[in-house]
Ligand binder design. Structure first.
Ligand SMILES: [Fe+2]
Ligand SMILES: [Fe+2]
Ligand SMILES: [Fe+2]
Ligand SMILES: [Fe+2]
Length: 402
């Protein structure tokens, strides 16, 4: 069934306000719920956070008081949506457990996007990035076993494997090499724009999360690991945001943002296994349809163009959380040694890369390596969850069965 959000009516903006009682959502039970429900919550929190920050930025560049007031009205609703969504996360979970779930999102969401992306250059950008977040999952899982004495399979539930990706210390690249070529908004397919916005938003939220929670740990190794991976997320935001065409006007960007919110809520409404959470996705979709309508009006008025010219004629296939094990193993086997140079990729270390490595590592083992060695010492083994056999890269195999 086709669904064109431009043709649907949403909830009138004034009726979207919620009371505190309505915002006091009941969190999911971490032991009972589908790990992918938590992934959808984390994803939508990333999108809502982006909606809020984007709208604030736009307001700071908007000379028209009336339009600033409209942005403020919609943004208040986005803010309430963000509260309703993010407060579904269980207070029972530790920060590190939530961190592991964030990396699971990065792994399975980016894999899905890479698999569905029609443009080969953009697809390469996702394939490149996903092997790095895949490695973060492994580093944090070892930290988790070491300091909380628990195992990450409780969180990822066997849906996502945990083993080395592109080693984190090799991800410290010169900032110049993190800037990609942007798509061309006049020829890029609508799904490519939505993909870029989705991954940019979730990576941005991950970066913000680590920069805020990292110092809350007592253990030096945890503080250091959050710093190190936090710097990679800075690189990832640079990498993904540079895919978006900066030639889009503010009104066009707003339109794409609201459309993407419709797309993701619709996707999750279609794929959600928990009926209570599904009802929230549906409610928020109905709110977003109205936001989209308002953005479309503004786009017509200020850009003098028809929104149907820039948006997809109907929603693409739903974004789906599902295991990507075989796909990731294939990427590990073929792309683990990639790095970037300028806006492209190479398989050998180059001069600027090596200079950056010397500058930040200074011949010392970084936290991402120390955490594996220390956990192996304390727990008697390093932590992995290899459900589909040994690591596809020979040199990254362990000697013991895991
Ligand atoms: Fe929203
Ligand atoms: Fe990551
Ligand atoms: Fe990342
Ligand atoms: Fe919105």
């Amino acid at each position: 069934m086709t669904f064109n959000p431009l043709r649907e009516r949403g909830i009138p903006l004034d009726d979207q306000l919620r009371t505190w009682r309505e915002l006091a959502v009941m969190p999911i039970d971490p032991d009972e719920s589908d790990p992918y429900t938590r992934c959808r919550i984390i994803t939508m929190n990333g999108l809502e956070t982006e909606a809020i920050f984007f709208s604030h930025n736009m307001a700071r560049h908007c000379p028209d008081v009336e339009m600033k007031q409209q942005l403020a009205r919609v943004r208040y609703i986005e803010s309430q949506q963000q509260k309703a969504v993010n407060w579904l996360l269980p207070g029972l979970a530790s920060v590190l457990e939530t961190t592991i779930a964030y990396e699971q999102v990065a792994v399975d969401l980016t894999s899905w996007v890479a698999r569905m992306e029609p443009d080969p250059y953009l697809r390469q950008a996702y394939e490149f990035g996903v092997l790095e977040d895949f490695d973060h999952l492994y580093r944090y899982a070892n930290l988790y076993e070491m300091i909380e004495h628990r195992r990450a399979e409780k969180i990822v539930d066997g849906l996502t494997e945990v083993m080395p990706g592109r080693p984190t210390y090799l991800q410290h690249r010169h900032p110049v090499d993190n800037v990609r070529q942007n798509y061309d908004r006049t020829v890029a397919s609508p799904i490519s724009k939505l993909h870029a916005l989705t991954i940019m938003s979730t990576e941005q939220q991950t970066m913000n999360f680590y920069m805020n929670v990292g110092p809350l740990y007592m253990e030096p190794i945890a503080r250091q690991l959050y710093q190190e991976i936090g710097m990679i997320e800075e690189e990832h935001v640079t990498h993904y945001e540079s895919l978006v065409d900066p030639g889009e006007t503010w009104w066009e960007m707003l339109l794409n943002h609201e459309y993407n919110e419709c797309y993701l809520y619709h996707s999750f409404m279609e794929t959600e296994s928990d009926p209570r959470i599904k009802a929230i996705w549906e409610l928020h979709l109905n709110m977003e349809l109205e936001h989209l309508g308002l953005a479309a009006e503004a786009f017509k008025r200020f850009d003098g163009r028809d929104p149907e010219q820039v948006l997809a004629p109907e929603l693409p296939v739903p974004v789906t959380f599902e295991p990507n094990k075989a796909y990731l193993r294939e990427l590990l086997a073929t792309q683990i040694d990639y790095t970037t140079i300028g806006t492209g990729y190479v398989q050998e270390a180059h001069e600027r890369f090596e200079a950056m490595q010397r500058a930040v590592l200074d011949d010392e083992k970084p936290a991402s390596e120390v955490v594996i060695a220390e956990n192996a010492m304390k727990s008697g083994h390093e932590y992995r969850l290899e459900t589909e056999g040994p690591h596809p890269v020979q040199s990254l195999r362990t000697n013991r069965p895991t």
